[in-house]
Ligand binder design. Sequence first.
Ligand SMILES: Cc1cc2nc3c(=O)[nH]c(=O)nc-3n(C[C@H](O)[C@H](O)[C@H](O)COP(=O)(O)O)c2cc1C
Length: 640
Amino acid sequence: MRPASALTVDPAHFRRVLGHFPTGVVVITAIDAAGCPVGMAVGSFTSVSLDPPLVGFLPDRSSTSFPRIRTAASFCVNVLAADQRELCQRFASRGGDKFAGLEWAPAPSGAPRLAGVAAWIDCDLVSVSEAGDHYFVLGRVRELDAQADATPLVFHRGGYGGIEPLPPPTPPLPPELASWIERVAGGPPRRVRRLDRWRSNHVLDVDTPGGTRTMVVKAPRVPMAVQSRSRALSGYGTHRESVVLTALAGSGIAVPTAHGYSAEHGTLLLEWMPGHTALPDTPAGRAALLREYARQLAVLHALDTGRFAEVAALDSAAGSGGTEPGPLGAVLADYDRRPGPGDPLLDLARWWLTQHPVPGGERCLLHGDAGPGQFLAEDGRITALLDWELSHLGHPMSDLGYARFREGLYPSGAFDAFVTEYSAACGRPVDRPAIDYFTVAAGLVMLAGVSADVRRPRAHHPEALQRFWWDAVARMALCQVLGESLGHPPQDTAAETGGDDLEALAGLLSARLERSAAGTKVPGGAEHTLLLARALERAVSLGGPGGGTGGGSGGGLPDAEADTAELLGRHLPDARRRQDEVCALVREHAAERLDELVGYLGRRAVRRLAALAPLAGTDTWDGGPAPAERPLGPVLPEFS
Ligand SMILES: Cc1cc2nc3c(=O)[nH]c(=O)nc-3n(C[C@H](O)[C@H](O)[C@H](O)COP(=O)(O)O)c2cc1C
């Protein structure tokens, strides 16, 4: 055996290797024999025993602070927070008054407890034993506490850091799905990573005989059992997308290759395409991209419909038997089968469509749910058009209507440039009334799709919160479009309508957004907060005669019951009856009271948005079940 004192390891090497072990940093404080506060930064702190409660640390024999600390009967361990780096340096330096100008209070033992620390552990000194060139100090815990949400300071390889939570682990693909991918792609899936939080889409690598390829597995929108019960979900989903993408191969439209569709799982295997869905930051960049998108749509709409016979077959299978073509017909068929009271805004928009029919005749393949967010771009160029689940054969203005509706949800400010470019690329003017029609149709499809879930909220569903946002924002956008069709100017006077409150709310949300962008929040929360803030900003401009955002009570957010009583001419205490009566009013008097109804339903939409405000930035679901302490989702106001 070698003598214990023999130096067998190079000290620099020892330090470097041990530096790979990350430690927290504490400041050990005490009141010395002279009654002065003393302290030193320590990384060698450790928990020792639970019963009895013991902790320990290892001061260097050369420390000048420790001899003063050991004269005290007690010491306090101050666990530094990530923003206390300067404090660490102050207590790691030798000499001087380390406590000058410092905020601290005595712990129960009297030892200094520093302000802003992540945790403190107040101890009685039990023993000091020798440990090489250090001492080992054992302390018995008297009292301790921690700040629940503080991030600790971490020392690692000679530098400081904080702790960043790792992204949630990607759960493995179900074995049957993995073997389906292997069959279709020609190799087993590797490096599977979840693509987005709401739907379980994944990106993965596949080693094919021709080399490694990156692919995307797109999951069905809802479980297959649920999908089979709905005309809209079963007719407009990943199966349709696979048919459309296959038909578009070699057409000149930039689309990902569809490698296969699994009828059993409802999943679609696509080639991965480079690019991002987010629009550029500058107005000019956004306009340039939307102009390019307009040119691509013009090419798409000019394709010979003869090559899309399979899509036409799907269209007739998914038809509602009603008058509305495409996803709108399917969505309305589902809506009509829904139990419970109707939705006055859906009914009103549906009635409005019957009053503004679009002459048929023209038919082409549509992108479907067209607009910003539905294509990828890189270096200012579009790399792929995505999401063909709602694609069908129909009127070309449908894509422009969807893009306008999406403009209400995710404003690009470039819709006019988009329309002008489309018109130039087609060589003919666009049909404005038809765009209006399809904008309302898009709103209906969107709203009918989410409103059923929102009426029976399942807060633990990973998409629940997103659906609340969508419901509220879609209502807002729909009222906006209906208001514009009535000739309401897009800008109304905020002051007269109680918009001041909404402006303040929108400002608050934007501020929250900045905070969450600077912090460690998951982007989804920020994204939805932004959506909400923008919707509220736009809400300020919703209006027209009787259509302002303020309530009958004058100024501020409207009082729901008083507002409904004003509309109905009487007060009804029961929310369900109020809603039924508003539906009846829409059925019987939509024509004469359209303006009033649009204003009323617009104010309702604003109320819903405002009700979601407290949840702004809190949307941090990772797609798994929500933990018990998480809020159960917003409590929406009764629609009445
Ligand atoms: C991150 C970090 C961890 C440290 N850990 C220890 C330790 O575990 N033991 C120790 O004696 N000194 C440690 N030090 C160094 C002491 O803080 C420092 O040498 C000492 O406080 C110097 O002043 P003094 O003479 O007043 O004790 C650490 C310093 C830093 C920056």
